[in-house]
Design a protein around this ligand. Structure first.
Ligand code: GLA
Length: 378
């Protein structure tokens, strides 16, 4: 699956009475390992997935932006040059389109008047970065042909999310949505913003299980974790927890010790997971995923009973290499690495047992790694 481009073109024509000039498409992401490390200058290993947001666009000469959400049937109209921070309805899709326009203007990049139509199939509120996909698709369309560097585009989108939508996310989601590559995970050093492609294993599928417990990133919990990490870094006298190591941890106590211990050990796990992937060592890879989950549950305290249950159910099944919660936590999804031949059985077993124990109907997305932002003539 990915966004339906044919339906998008048709919706654009119906809404605006003319044909679009270009299409920009940007993927959601799932993180294999390296959670809550990005805003600590650390390491992450995400994958851009085949669930995308697509934007059709045509320019206007009156400086007005008309943005139409095909999926919500809603239109937002505003003069491009007059977008101010926090003028949107916080949390809705408009925040992401307006946020991108604001971030561009704030960086002194002129924004033309445009008609845009947006559609997508990235599950929302599930921790698969539907908001980053909107930002990247919109920014990719607005910046088409300007030669803007991929990493600058990602940073502008992150700024839209941080300062306009008000969520203190790191760079992982937007960077992956721009730079992801087919058949590969993306190792990102979130301090230097250097990245490296890591080939995925051919016979191992990426199975995402949505707990159906909605995750509200804007909730104070995410921003609170970020503050705690900054506080732990200050207490250790380092710029960020990237610079901390295990020998320093005894200088902390209580929650700060737990948060820092997660970040320090998770960074190490990302590096080990890359080695394991490169040497097709699925046993080690699986162990690292489980350790990551335990650390997020016990030290970072962002899991939920439902996510713990999904991981536990998966780990009992044949063919599952490893499982952990993915994304910010507080609900959302688990990521499971599953041998291709076992995907059907694993999917069925998890959904049935999860329903029996919680009454909830988990959604399963079997995903492949795709390329990041793609822009083409319509
Ligand atoms: C959210 C944020 C990311 C990252 C993850 C946790 O997805 O948007 O930047 O911090 O949580 O790893």
């Amino acid at each position: 699956m990915t966004a339906n481009i044919t339906a998008l073109r048709r919706a654009f024509e119906q809404q605006f009475g003319r044909a679009p000039e270009l299409i920009a498409e940007a993927p959601g992401r799932v993180n294999l390992i390296g959670e809550h490390t990005d805003y600590n200058g650390g390491f992450v290993l995400p994958v851009a997935i085949d669930r995308t947001v697509a934007v059709a666009m045509a320019t206007r000469d009156d400086g007005v932006i008309r943005a139409f959400s095909v999926d919500y049937g809603q239109c937002d109209e505003f003069p491009a040059e007059r977008v101010r921070r926090f003028m949107g309805t916080r949390g809705g899709w408009r925040d992401y389109t307006r946020g991108v326009v604001w971030a561009l203007l704030d960086a002194h990049i002129p924004v033309p008047g445009v008609d845009i139509a947006i559609t997508g199939d990235v599950p929302q509120g599930a921790g698969l970065s539907s908001s980053a996909a909107i930002e990247v698709a919109v920014a990719g369309a607005l910046m088409a042909g300007t030669g803007i560097a991929a990493r600058d585009l990602a940073l502008l989108c992150q700024k839209a999310e941080n300062l306009f939508a008000g969520i203190g996310c790191g760079i992982m989601d937007q960077f992956t949505s721009v730079m992801g590559q087919r058949d590969h995970a993306l190792f990102i050093d979130c301090r230097s913003l250097q990245s490296e492609l890591v080939p995925l294993l051919e016979d191992i599928a990426i199975v995402i299980v949505d707990s159906k417990i909605p995750r509200k990133l804007a909730d104070t919990a995410f921003n609170r974790r970020r503050e705690e990490c900054a506080e732990a870094a200050r207490a250790l006298g380092v710029d960020s927890l990237r610079d901390a190591d295990e020998s320093m941890l005894p200088r902390l106590s209580g929650d700060l010790l737990k948060r820092a211990r997660h970040v320090v050990t998770e960074n190490t796990r990302v590096l080990s997971a890359i080695e394991a992937l490169r040497s097709s060592d699925v046993v080690t890879l699986g162990r690292l995923l489980h350790e990551s989950h335990a650390s997020l549950r016990d030290d970072f305290e962002v899991s939920t009973p439902e996510l713990d249950l999904l991981v536990e159910l998966a780990s009992r099944l044949d063919g599952v290499v490893g499982a952990r919660l993915t994304g910010a936590g507080f609900g959302g999804c688990t990521v499971n690495l599953v041998r291709e031949e076992a995907v059907g059985q694993v999917r069925e077993a998890i959904v049935v047992e999860y329903n029996k124990q919680t009454g909830l109907a988990a959604n399963v997305h079997v995903c492949v790694a795709v390329d990041g932002l793609r822009v083409s003539d319509a």
